[in-house]
Design a protein around this ligand. Sequence first.
Ligand SMILES: [Zn+2]
Length: 398
Amino acid sequence: MKPLDWKVTARDGNARTGTLTTRRSVIETPVFMPVGTQGALKGIRFEWLEDEIDARIILGNTYHLFLRPGVETIKQFGGLHNFTSWNRSFLTDSGGFQVFSLTDLRKLTEEGVEFRSHLDGSKRFLSPEVSMEVQAALGSEIVMVFDECPPGDAGYDATKASLDLTVRWASRSKTRFDRLQDGGMDTGYKNPLAHADGADLSGKQSLFGIIQGAGHLDLRKESLDRTVEIGFDGYAIGGLSVGEEKSVMYEVLDFIAHKMPDNAPRYLMGVGTPEDLIEAVNAGVDMFDCVIPTRNGRTGSAFTSHGKLNIRNAKFATDDRPLDPECSCSVCRRYSLGYLRHLYQAGEMNASIMISHHNVAFFMETMRRTREAIRTGEFQAFRKQFLDKLTANATDGV
Ligand SMILES: [Zn+2]
């Protein structure tokens, strides 16, 4: 039995829509996964995510949870689902991305990475094995291999060396992951299975491999081939949106996404804006995550079907329209731009909460409309109309 079930239900060019079933939820793809860095979305309660926004899967960050509250605390609760009360699916990253962004605080060896906690300066260590053990204790449905993510402008030789290390770490990740799943080690996870909606699933975790190679297409292909050879339940594209030009990101996506195994979900890590999502779907990607809906929400920046809008703009002071007249989220149904602007200017926390809420709802609605367009064979028309509208009216700037 498999840990997850994946079916493509319709295609339009390289774009595809499908159903991803984990032991805890049925997820329609393409899907946007909101990011719950510390076991919570910033400003958005789980009941809103479940009842209104209908997110079926969210992210948890291994690095943050590893440092605080720490694995032992989460083990006491029997895993991240029990601890947080989020009972649908979790995808956890490996912790690698955050560790590698601490350039001054880390020491990289073949074995793993020693780093200093950004919280208290204490020495900590992450490796493929430690990451798999932490993610097993968290009990996420989708586990990511521990990889090295080079900077977007890394040269060829540095990218190649990093890729080789990432492949060796992917192999070590898989070995330790398999041992943990086979019951050879106590994971501390005590909350194994809620429901899988009738799917024939094993109730175990699934493991995704990560393709690196920065902007070097031949290295991307090599990374893909060597990662597929190890064999994973799904495949992710890492190392994009890390400082490279946007044209490089699109070139890599167009080159690699449709070459990834057709019979497994394809996940683009840490990307991106609504237009990035549409373009990546066009290239063949199924899954996304990004912090921007909540991060921008906190600074008063709203994503709408007519482009980005800055709530601080004085022209909204007496505007009685919603953030996005085409959005049916609870914020847009009830509150005016003028009121939201007032709350933001007054430093009321509800401003950040409500704009974040709308932003997440807008990303989810965009993916829902994308799926519908693929199903009806109208994805190209939808893509053109969506992108035209974003740019035609994007005059507010942020
Ligand atoms: Zn809205």
